[in-house]
Design a protein around this ligand. Structure first.
Ligand SMILES: [Zn+2]
Length: 470
C-alpha cells in the first residue's frame, strides 16, 4: 500500500503530465471506483482543464477549471499510467481520461479499493475524508496540542498514529520506522508518551518521510510515459519487514514481530522497551542453570511466578492427560496419574516419541500460561519456562531472561542430582534451543559466580523492570 512519500512522488510525476491539459472525454470502465454519481462525475469533468495537483495526507487533489476538484485515494493498488491514445489501456484501467495532446491518463486498480470523487475548491477541505485528517508532522511545531488530544487515549501509540486523525502521514511502514528511531515500544499507551518522546516522534517522522520522499526522486528521474506511476521505490528501511534480523542499532537482539491492532509490527524489544504497561516476564535457561533461584527472588519481591514445570506436574495428576498419554504410548499408570519416572524411562528407550508427547502437553501448558498472564493484576508477572523457544511461547513475553551457565558447572550440578535422572536431563539439554535463540533474550545473565552474586544480578533486573511499569 502506498504511503505518504509514495503518494507525494505520484503527485510530482503527475503534475507535468496533466497540468494545463484539457479533458476531452472520460471513460468510466468500473463505476464502483467513483464515489458519488458517475454521470455527474463525467459531465462535470469533461471539458475542464487540469490546473494543478496537490496532496493532503494520502489524498491526491486534482484542481480543475470551473472551481472543480477531483479527489483520488490509491488505497492498496491504485496507480496511474500516462499512455498514447493509440496505446491499449493499461491492464486494470478503471477510469480513462482522454487528454487534448493525444495522450490519455489511465487510473488503474487491480483490487478496486481506490476511489475517485468529485468535489469543489470551496468544499473539498471539509469533505469528511479530508477534514478528519490531522496535520502532517512537517506542520507540527508544538507537541503539547498532541498530548492534550491523547490525554485519555489508552490505545497503543502505533494504533493511534495509524488512525491519521492525530497526525497524518504515517502508515504501517513509517510508523514502525518512526517508533524504532524514537525508542518507543509500539504498544505503549498513547497517553503515557511524554513530551520529550512526542518531540522525538514528530522530528523522526519528519526526517524519515523526507528521506523517503527524496528517494522517490529517483522514480521521477527514471519515469517515462507508459510506466506505471505508483511511487514505489526502494527506501532504506531499518525495521519494517525485517523481523528475525539483528537490530541495526544495538546489534545485540533480534527484531521481533507482533500484531498491534491487527497490523504486523516489527520492533527491537531492547531498544524499544515497553513502559507504563504490565510486563510479562519469562525466565528460561538450560537445566540446572538457576531458573528456580531467579524465580524465588521475584517471589520474595511479591511478584506472582508460575512454573511451567509445576503446571505439567499438576496436569499429570489429571485423568484427562493421563488417559491421553496412556493411549498414545500404550502405557498403563497406577492411580490414574502419570508416573514421571515411568514416562522418563519410556522416553529414554523411545526418544522419537518425545515430540509426540510435546504435542499433547504443550497446548495444555500454553492455555494455563495464557490464563495466568491474562488474569494477573500484578504489574510484573513471571513465568518460568525451560523450553520457552521450543514451545514457541516466547511470543507471550515482553522481557525474556535467559540464564546462562558454563558447561562444567552445569554438569557438576546435574551430576549432584539423582543418577538416573541425570542421564535423562543431559539428553533433554541436547535438544534445548536456547543457544540458537539467545538473540531473543532481553537479559542474558551468567550464573557462574556465587549464589549471592547471582541474586544480586536478578535484583538489578527487577529494579529496571519496576522503573518501566511505573
Ligand atoms: Zn535494538
Amino acid at each position: 500500500m502506498p504511503e505518504l512519500p509514495e503518494v507525494e512522488t505520484v503527485k510530482i510525476v503527475l503534475i507535468p503530465i496533466v497540468k494545463n491539459r484539457k479533458i476531452l472525454k472520460i471513460d468510466v470502465l468500473r463505476a464502483g471506483q467513483i464515489e458519488g454519481d458517475v454521470k455527474e462525475f463525467i459531465s462535470n469533468l469533461q471539458g475542464q482543464t487540469f490546473l494543478d495537483v496537490s496532496r493532503i495526507g494520502k489524498y491526491l487533489i486534482f484542481h480543475l477549471t470551473n472551481e472543480l476538484v477531483m479527489l483520488s485515494h490509491l488505497r492498496m493498488e491504485g496507480k496511474y499510467y500516462e499512455l498514447l491514445e493509440s496505446d491499449k489501456d493499461s491492464k486494470y484501467a478503471r477510469v480513462v481520461f482522454h487528454l487534448d495532446n493525444r495522450h490519455k491518463l489511465c487510473y488503474d486498480d487491480s483490487r478496486c479499493f481506490g476511489i475517485l470523487k468529485l468535489s469543489s475548491e470551496a468544499t473539498y477541505k471539509s469533505d469528511e475524508m479530508i477534514s478528519k485528517l490531522g496535520p502532517e508532522p512537517f506542520y507540527i511545531d508544538d507537541v503539547k496540542s498532541l498530548m492534550k488530544k491523547v490525554k485519555n487515549i489508552k490505545k497503543p501509540i502505533k494504533t493511534t498514529l495509524l488512525d491519521q486523525t492525530l497526525m497524518t502521514g504515517l502508515g504501517n511502514i513509517y510508523v514502525d520506522e518512526t517508533l524504532f528511531a524514537s525508542n518507543i515500544h509500539p504498544l505503549t499507551p498513547a497517553n503515557k508518551i511524554k513530551e520529550g518522546e512526542w518531540k522525538k516522534i514528530v522530528s523522526n517522522a519528519k526526517e524519515i518521510l523526507l528521506q523517503a520522499i527524496e528517494s522517490g526522486g529517483s522514480t521521477i528521474k527514471s519515469y517515462h510515459p507508459g510506466k506505471d506511476i505508483d511511487g514505489n521505490f526502494q527506501t532504506r528501511l531499518k525495521v519494517y519487514g525485517k523481523s528475525g534480523e539483528i537490530c541495526p542499532t544495538c546489534h545485540k537482539h533480534e527484531l521481533r514481530f507482533i500484531k498491534v491492532g491487527g497490523r504486523g509490527t516489527t520492533f527491537c524489544p531492547c531498544c524499544q522497551r515497553k513502559v507504563g504497561e504490565p510486563l510479562n516476564v519469562a525466565i528460561t535457561g538450560k537445566i540446572a542453570s538457576g531458573k528456580s533461584t531467579a524465580s524465588e527472588v521475584f517471589k520474595e519481591k511479591g511478584y506472582p511466578v508460575l512454573s511451567s514445570d509445576k503446571v505439567v506436574s499438576e496436569l499429570y495428576k489429571t485423568s484427562e492427560l493421563t488417559n491421553k498419554i496412556e493411549k498414545a504410548f500404550g502405557l498403563k499408570f497406577k492411580d490414574k496419574q502419570v508416573d514421571k519416572d515411568v514416562l522418563r524411562d519410556y522416553l529414554l528407550i523411545h526418544p522419537k516419541d518425545k515430540r509426540k508427547l510435546e504435542r499433547i502437553v504443550h497446548p495444555l501448558v500454553e492455555k494455563e500460561i495464557n490464563n495466568f498472564l491474562s488474569t494477573s493484576k500484578s504489574p510484573i508477572r513471571v513465568v518460568e519456562v525451560p523450553l520457552l523457544f521450543e514451545s514457541n511461547l516466547d511470543r507471550y513475553f515482553d522481557n525474556i531472561i535467559v540464564i546462562d551457565i558454563s558447561k562444567d558447572k552445569q554438569d557438576e550440578l546435574i551430576s549432584s542430582r539423582d543418577k538416573a535422572k541425570a542421564l535423562y536431563l543431559k539428553e533433554i539439554n541436547k535438544t534445548n534451543k536456547i543457544d540458537q535463540n539467545i538473540l531473543k533474550a532481553t537479559y542474558v545473565i551468567k550464573n557462574d559466580g556465587t549464589k549471592a552474586a547471582f541474586i544480586n544480578k536478578i535484583n538489578k533486573i527487577i529494579t529496571e523492570l519496576e522503573s518501566l511499569v511505573k
